[in-house]
Design a protein around this ligand. Structure first.
Ligand code: AVI
Length: 345
């Protein structure tokens, strides 16, 4: 399906007296739902039993800063394990990647992880994809300071319909290289991750590839500690989502009245993060419709699932999405804790 892209071409900003013209980054928008629809869905999730909040609401400025702190915690092994794999196997990965590609950084954040690879693989173009437009603009401006590469931003929600086909077709000689580090694929349900992998695959004809980081199943004590650290940073990150919801829905959640809970659900192979009501309480919601939500003592709100795969299981998922050739690099643990797959059609 071709999704129309609303394109905002780079505009030259007014030149300061005597100064050089600074061009604005090119940012395209692909957002299916409008803000009212988003808030209605958020409200509907809260009124369900059990209540749910989509994890995308974690990442306001404060939540993003807390997530940055999580990635540096002793207990949170995925970030540093992935970085170690990428460092140790850098040469082999570089050689296996398509050169002179259009580098598509999914959920790019500050773009930090991709930077080093752009030069090493002589990438032709950088396409940062993220839900947060202000964040994306900052990333593109930062990139423009350190690199001459053409950099484009796409505002899109990866859990919804999106397509970069028109954009990629502007450079028919340069294959698409999708970069999806951080094991963010784990935050999608199995059905949604299947759809996402299939969508990526549709963009990979003509020499395209996917480089993706995946967190593997391991001892539940290691997993649960990673999502319930001793300093309470993940707990603060989890509760912060209630502040975000208060702002969006004019609600009066009291974050301190909810406890952070992180459990490994072995049957579903996922970490589940919940907010557990510490008492019987009523929360008032003001928009987009007036509502109240009563919580029993011990009732929870589901805030995030983080699925953990075996190497074999994720490889099968890639195959089913149409990526028949795969290379896997892992850390030294036996069985491995984390893997980086390079997948091609
Ligand atoms: C972004 N994502 C891959 C993280 C994860 O591990 O699922 C989000 C996170 N939630 C709690 N800690 C980290």
């Amino acid at each position: 399906m071709a999704i129309p892209i609303s394109s905002r071409r780079p505009r030259a900003a007014l030149a300061p007296a005597g100064g050089r013209r600074v061009s604005r980054p090119r940012v395209l928008r692909q957002i299916a739902a409008d803000a009212v629809e988003e808030r209605s869905q958020l409200l509907a999730g809260l009124l369900e039993r059990p209540a749910r909040i989509d994890p995308k609401y974690f990442y306001d400025a404060q939540g993003s800063a807390l997530y940055g702190a999580i990635t540096r915690l002793e207990e949170y092994y995925p970030t540093r394990t992935e970085a170690a794999i990428l460092k140790e196997h850098r040469e082999a990965i570089c050689q296996a990647l398509p050169a002179q590609a259009q580098w598509i950084d999914l959920g790019c954040g500050d773009g930090e992880k991709a930077l080093d690879w752009l030069q090493a693989t002589r990438a032709q173009r950088y396409i940062g994809v993220d839900t947060a437009e202000p964040w994306l603009r900052t990333t593109l401006r930062g990139l423009a300071k350190t690199s001459a590469i053409e950099a484009i931003g796409v505002v899109a929600d990866l859990s919804r319909a999106w397509s970069l086909q028109h954009l990629l077709a502007e450079r028919p000689q340069a294959p698409a290289l999708f970069f999806y580090p951080g094991s963010s694929i784990g935050n999608f349900s199995p059905a949604a991750s299947r759809a996402l992998l299939q969508n990526i695959r549709r963009h990979c004809d003509d020499g395209g590839a996917l480089l993706i980081g995946v967190d593997f199943v391991k001892d539940r004590r290691v997993l649960e500690a990673a999502y319930d650290d001793a300093l309470g940073v993940t707990a603060a990150f989890n509760r912060n989502v209630l502040r975000v919801v208060n702002g969006l829905l004019d609600a009066d959640f009291e974050p301190a009245a909810f406890a952070h809970l992180a459990l490994f659900n072995e049957a579903e192979s996922r970490i589940e993060m919940h907010l557990l009501s510490r008492c019987a309480q009523t929360v008032r919601i003001g928009a987009p419709a007036r509502a109240t939500r009563n919580f029993e003592l011990g009732e929870t709100i589901i805030t995030e699932y983080s699925h953990k795969y075996t190497a074999q299981c994720f490889s099968q998922r890639l195959t089913m999405a149409g990526f028949t050739r795969q290379t896997l690099w892992t850390d030294g643990a036996d069985p491995p804790w984390y893997g980086v797959f390079l997948a091609t059609p």
